[in-house]
Design a binder for this molecule. Sequence first.
Ligand code: NAP
Length: 292
Amino acid sequence: MPATPTSPRETAVVNGLELAQTLRGQIAAEVSAATAQGRRPPCLCVVLVGDDPASASYIKGKRRACKRVGFESIEHKLSEDCTQAQLLELVAKLNDDEGVDGILVQLPLPAGIDAARVAAAIAPDKDVDGVGPLNAGRLLTGGEGLFPCTPLGIMEILDQSGVPLEGAQAVVIGRSMIVGKPIALLLQRRNATVTMCHSRTRNLPALCRQADVLVAGVGVPKLVQGDWIKPGAAVIDVGVTHLDGEPVGDVDFDAAQGIAGLITPHRRGVGPMTITMLLRNTLRAWQERNRS
Ligand code: NAP
């Protein structure tokens, strides 16, 4: 269990890092067993376009995580002024490379490159970030596929924390393709009754107060106040922003104490699980390739 055991009046704080480490240990054991039998390890290929320091740092973290579980990781760097055609050519080459199991093109891409077009060009069975239209369609239609990593991590946190989803009222704030929409679909697939909110939603606090499960994927510091939270609710804070130079989430963490039943902190909460689900998607892609 990642959550700290508490009395009913206390808020359990999810330890996403601990859960992530447990899952990464299982992935590493599987890779180690396979390589001991002479099989090649899973290989994740990351593509960085331009010199955005935040993107470079995210890629570094992902590659470090790959190395720790025994994956191979390859980085391709393209310059800021590369053309869409050059990027699509690289993606096509990686699609055809039998030694590559997963392809991740780090976002954001420079102006002039159509991210949706690039996502659509990644072979669906190597789309380990779950950004392409085929995997999005599979998620929508209830099929199996490679789904976006942050929502998968959230589902793992909820399941490992024993949060009941069947029939639960779930409110998701945010409707992006990488957080809001896919987590709403995953919750709905588990028979939660989902309300999706966004910047034009009226009466957001009142809607949030009905939520047994509240997911905030917004990017507005401390948007969710303590009195927006239903007593005992599971609160998942996805947001990563800064306030007065300090990293903060979408939820006022201190105000939620004693009200929420469970909460993910903005540090060591959802973040480590996102990278872990990238590893798991890459492992799955590798398993599927070896099966066929
Ligand atoms: P995004 O694409 O900017 O989407 C933000 C969503 O929030 C939009 O749907 C927007 O509504 C909605 N929104 C904005 N202001 C709002 C308000 N005042 N009230 C209600 N809804 C509002 O962002 P994203 O990529 O989904 O990421 C969201 C946050 O999660 C960011 O802080 C990001 O850094 C963080 N994140 C963290 C992880 C992690 O692993 N921890 C992973 C991914 C993202 P409209 O659609 O109407 O514009």
